[in-house]
Design a protein around this ligand. Structure first.
Ligand code: PEP
Ligand code: MN
Length: 300
């Protein structure tokens, strides 16, 4: 299956045996199969995680939960505790923290949609666990091993976003930190890496689509992508989401906001409900071609 030090691989057979034995496949057709919040993760189904970057207000998150559930999202996403790039806050550019968790809770209960939200500090694990079906470890915390261990011990499903400067080997190492605690509900998310030699002189991130087949060659864990954070640019989200499904991604995370230009965070990368709806239809059609039974929850 995997040649030791085959060209282009930074993972050796030795790594597979000794560094991440739990994350590694036992045979080529070995894929994790587990359920989170009533949603199946496995080779047939590709869940869609959708919602605003930030849980800005109760009104926003209820609106998103209602519309995105109807349009076929499997999970509602949104950060209440957020790694904001700059420390200066305004009324708009500010985490909603405990209030945001409360609003997510209301949205989840009212529209019966499971939730994924970010955790940055262990001390908030009990609070965030009240609402999160999946704990999101952000790119900046992929190598925060004490946080990974604490989250793993909670028994909650965990999405590990790939560190934007991390290799596949590093990423699988992070997954192993969760698996070794006996928690097998791990999802890997490629969200763009820092790549200086790309088409854009000012590119912040590049969606590493090749890591999808590369990871799936080695690990049985589901591998999803986040084209919103990778492209940072709304007009490219659709094509990169489609490309992710074509590349074999096990799901897609999308930033969706009813009024993207007025989103408090990441206004340039969020798509609106109409764009999301169109993309869900296109991904469903593509899913049939790549032999996924379903993309998201919408019946087609
Ligand atoms: C997010 O999904 O809101 C987020 C902060 O993502 P990342 O950690 O990939 O930057
Ligand atoms: Mn963001």
């Amino acid at each position: 299956m995997i040649e030791n030090k085959a060209p282009g691989k930074d993972v050796s057979l030795e790594d597979i045996k000794t560094k991440f034995p739990l994350a590694s496949k036992k045979d080529p057709l070995h894929y994790s199969n587990f359920e989170v919040g009533g949603v199946n993760f496995g080779p047939d189904f590709a869940p869609v995680f959708a919602g605003p970057n930030m849980v800005e207000s109760k009104e926003l998150i209820l609106n998103c939960a209602k519309n995105l559930k109807y349009l076929g999202a499997s999970f509602l996403r949104g950060g209440a505790f957020k790694p904001l790039t700059f420390p200066y806050r305004s009324d708009k550019y500010n985490e909603t923290r405990e209030k945001g968790i409360e609003w997510l809770f209301e949205a989840k209960a009212k529209y019966n949609i499971p939730v994924i939200t970010e955790i940055m500090e262990e001390k908030f694990l009990p609070l965030i666990s009240e609402v999160a079906d999946i704990l999101q470890i952000g790119t900046r915390n992929m190598q925060n091993y004490p946080l990974l261990t604490a989250c793993a011990k909670s028994g909650k499903a965990i999405m590990i976003k790939r560190g934007f400067g991390c290799s596949l080997r590093d990423w699988l190492g992070a997954a192993e930190y969760v698996l070794v605690e006996g928690n097998s509900k791990v999802i890997l998310c490629e969200r763009g890496v820092v790549a200086p030699h790309t088409h854009r002189e000012t590119s912040r991130f590049l969606l590493d689509l090749q890591v999808v087949p590369a990871a799936k060659e080695i690990t049985h864990l589901p591998v999803v992508t986040d084209p919103s954070h990778a492209t940072f640019w709304r007009p490219w989200v659709k094509s990169m989401a489609m490309a992710s499904i074509a590349a074999g991604a096990d799901g897609v995370m999308l930033e969706v906001h009813p009024d993207p230009p007025n989103a408090a965070v990441d206004p340039l990368q969020s798509i609106d409900f109409d764009e999301f709806s169109e993309l869900m239809d296109s991904m469903s059609k593509l899913g049939k071609i790549v032999k996924r039974k379903k993309i998201g929850e919408k019946s087609v």
